[in-house]
Design a protein. Structure first.
Length: 218
């Protein structure tokens, strides 16, 4: 006659919910809610890097509006470098439809340039998602993969050295990319010297954009 242990833990008869670690800033998103509906255990934490950690994979999620702002202030490029601290990682771009792509605060070709740069220069895989529900579906499928491994979540924000900080600030100005920013730093050595330089002194590097640069400072 078989013996049934009525005192056994219920967890032994049920499949344990798989854990997904979510950054606190994602609480305003519907993605964690959708993941909960799919029977995942959501654990909110302060993540210095990435929005979601699933076993050994770090995921950064960007809505199209957030992505555009991040491209303009160049924050996304630092975030991609930070994301690469994890051996496996990718970027989810959410809500990328034709209307969103062609409207807003950034020209569509600048956005196309970022998409190419992310994959070619930074080797960051991209996934395009229609909405929060589809993002959750991608994450749920990823979480069910059997070959994932647990890793540390102790990635950290990247600290820029002084020269990199100067370049970062200068690249925030319109029409100043990394080449011009580095040239300004080599010639003038400090932000104070750059900002107080005459138009004539700046023209060698900034050319026709010198007046626009000086007008922003003034």
């Amino acid at each position: 006659m078989p013996f049934f242990n009525i005192f056994s833990n219920k967890e032994n008869t049920q499949e344990k919910k798989q854990k997904i670690i979510v950054d606190n800033r994602e609480k305003n998103s519907l993605v964690p809610s959708e993941l909960s509906k799919l029977n995942f255990n959501i654990e909110f934490k302060h993540l210095p890097v990435a929005d979601y950690i699933i076993n050994d994979i770090a995921i950064e999620r960007k809505t199209i509006s957030d992505l555009k702002s991040s491209v303009i202030n160049k924050r996304i490029f630092t975030q991609m470098l930070e994301l690469k601290q994890y051996p496996l990682h990718f970027l989810v771009i959410e809500g990328l439809n034709k209307d969103e792509f062609n409207s807003g605060i950034i020209h569509e070709n600048a956005l196309r340039g970022f998409i190419l740069s992310a994959q070619i220069d930074y080797n960051i895989p991209l996934i395009f998602s229609e909405n929060e529900k589809e993002t959750a579906l991608y994450l749920s499928i990823l979480a069910k993969r059997k070959n994932n491994k647990e890793i540390s979540i102790r990635a950290k924000k990247i600290s820029l050295n002084k020269k990199e900080q100067l370049q970062y600030i200068l690249e925030g100005f319109p029409n100043i990319g990394p080449v011009k920013a580095k040239a300004l730093i080599r010639k003038f050595k400090s932000l104070k010297n750059i900002f107080t330089a005459s138009e004539l002194e700046l023209e060698d590097i900034l050319g026709k954009k010198t007046k626009e640069f000086k007008s922003l400072l003034d």
